[in-house]
Design a protein around this ligand. Structure first.
Ligand SMILES: Cc1ncc(COP(=O)(O)O)c(C=O)c1O
Length: 501
């Protein structure tokens, strides 16, 4: 018999499998730190003001990937200290920039549990419980927003959720052969219709999935900043006359910049008339469809062939999690499924690998599944309602201040700008440019104040300050401070501008 020369390896010798006592020590310590972080969130500086380079230099000094490893407890303590003192907190009550919500503490625990079990939610057999929990969470989301189908998938965020709907629509309209032949053999170029307010995911999608950004028909907006229906219909007709292939209309339920909802019911009718796929980007506003008082604005929402929503926005899930819903799961399998010989997964089970772009998938659904149960329908409706009410409160508060000019308030987004009293009622180009520069510098100053964090919108050439409230820690107390801060820094910036001009 051939001798087995290989050495037996009865015990593994690296530190990766830390012993239970060491794991608990680090884990309990970490949970205490996270709890303290949440307790002190209101009083912490909202953000670091160090530059990227300063932070990179600190890392050079503090962190190392050397020949030998380092003790786990030391690493956890050092990293917690580093990260908590050099970060921006979107959970701070003054954070109203962009659309990143404050993370629900339950989501933090959920992510930890998900990582510990580590199911691969690409295939049901690899994630027997997690696949069914993800399906249930998707079903609850569909019920919550009133979408009539629970066929869908969780993805990493709004961009990806829109991509999934986009590809499903593209395959449905261009036919399955396109998957093998590619676009090269299409004689009429496929075109897509969307409003100028649409988020930049559409450019990425048209680029990445081979249609090309030149095939986007940017439809103008009307006086309500909504997609212009007349222009939409006319543009489709013109493309048909010019031998193009219209395939899809994209409506937005809560635009990224100002929160505007397109006239979804009317867009649906136009999509039906021309037999086009109707996709709705509800990444920001989609969950507000759950509010009974907003049903008029959301009319037509349930009619879409596909919808993107983003639990890491208005469901307050920690990053990352988005979700796509489609009218029928077949649209997803038609777009994404392959059956390689090395995957012999059951074809009677849902295998999420067949529904989207990812192969191995984490259990990002767990935080959503838990939070939906934690808050219930009423809890979530209340949170969303309060965010909307706070943005409206801010609009009225700023409107009452002679140095602030309010511009818009849709859903939980309010835009405004600082206009010093001596420049009121001046609308010449020089004043516009001056105010733009003033407000741009003011925004940067506000965001360095470590109390408040806003973002911007551009409307009719005007640089605006934009606040988007998707934050369960924000209250009127925080909003009441904003006019004072804006005027304090606004005056400061104006003095500096006058000195240098
Ligand atoms: C309307 C809209 N669509 C898509 C996105 C992209 O979402 P994500 O950043 O989660 O990819 C955003 C982000 O703010 C958005 O507001």
């Amino acid at each position: 018999m051939e001798e087995n020369n290989s050495k037996k390896l009865r015990r593994r010798s690296t530190n990766i499998n830390v012993n239970s006592a060491e794991f608990k020590k680090a884990g309990y310590w970490l949970v205490d730190q996270i709890a303290a972080l949440f307790e002190e969130m209101d009083t912490r500086p909202l953000t670091t003001i160090k530059s990227g380079e300063e932070i990179a230099n600190l890392l050079q000094q503090k962190a190392q990937f050397g020949e030998d490893g380092q003790p786990l407890q030391t690493l956890i303590e050092g990293t917690t200290e580093f990260l908590t003192t050099n970060s921006l907190y979107n959970g701070h009550p003054g954070f109203m920039g962009y659309i990143t919500s404050s993370p629900a503490p339950l989501g933090v625990l959920a992510d930890m549990l998900a990582a510990a079990v580590n199911p691969n939610v690409g295939a049901s057999t690899l994630s027997p419980a997690a696949t069914q929990m993800e399906r249930q969470a998707i079903q609850w989301i569909a019920e919550f927003i009133g979408y009539p189908s629970d066929a869908g998938i969780m993805v990493s965020g709004g961009n990806m959720a829109n991509f999934v709907g986009f590809v499903a629509g593209m395959r449905a309209k261009l036919g399955l052969d396109i998957r093998s032949t590619g676009l090269i053999n299409t004689d009429k170029s496929p075109v897509v219709y969307t409003s100028r307010e649409t988020h930049t995911w559409i450019q990425k999608a048209m680029d990445l999935f081979g249609l090309g950004t030149d095939q986007i028909r940017w439809i103008g907006t009307d006086e309500h900043r909504q997609m212009n229906l007349e222009e939409l219909d006319q543009t489709i007709k013109e493309d048909l006359r010019n031998n193009k292939n219209p395939i899809m209309i994209i409506g937005t339920a809560g635009s990224v910049s100002m929160g505007v909802l397109d006239p979804l019911a009317e867009i649906y009718k136009i999509s039906q008339k021309h037999r086009l796929w109707f996709h709705i980007d509800g990444a920001y506003g989609g969950f507000a469809a759950s509010l009974p008082e907003l049903q008029d604005q959301f009319a037509g929402f349930a009619m879409a062939d596909s919808i993107a929503v983003d639990p890491h926005k208005w469901l307050y899930a920690p990053l990352e999690v988005g979700c796509t819903l489609v009218k029928n799961a077949q649209y997803l399998t038609d777009a994404f499924s392959y059956h390689p010989p090395y995957y012999q997964f059951s074809n009677t089970e849902v295998n999420f690998v067949d529904y989207g772009l990812q192969n191995s998938r984490g259990f990002r659904a767990l935080k959503v599944w838990l939070s939906l149960q934690h808050l219930g329908i009423n809890g979530y409706r209340q949170l969303i309602r309060e965010d909307i009410a706070l943005a409206s409160y801010a609009y009225q508060l700023f409107d009452a201040d002679p140095a602030l000019e309010v511009v818009s308030n849709y859903l939980s987004i309010t835009t405004f700008r600082y206009v010093p009293l001596h420049l009121k009622d001046r609308d010449d180009e020089h004043t516009l440019n001056y105010l733009n520069k003033l407000n741009q510098t003011l925004l940067s100053r506000l965001n360095h104040s470590q109390e408040l964090f806003l973002s911007n919108a551009i409307d009719q050439g005007r640089f605006l300050l934009r606040m988007c409230i998707v934050n369960f820690r924000t209250t009127t107390e925080v909003l009441d401070k904003i006019p004072g801060l804006v005027k304090k820094y606004g005056t400061e910036v104006e003095q500096e501008m006058q000195l240098t001009s």
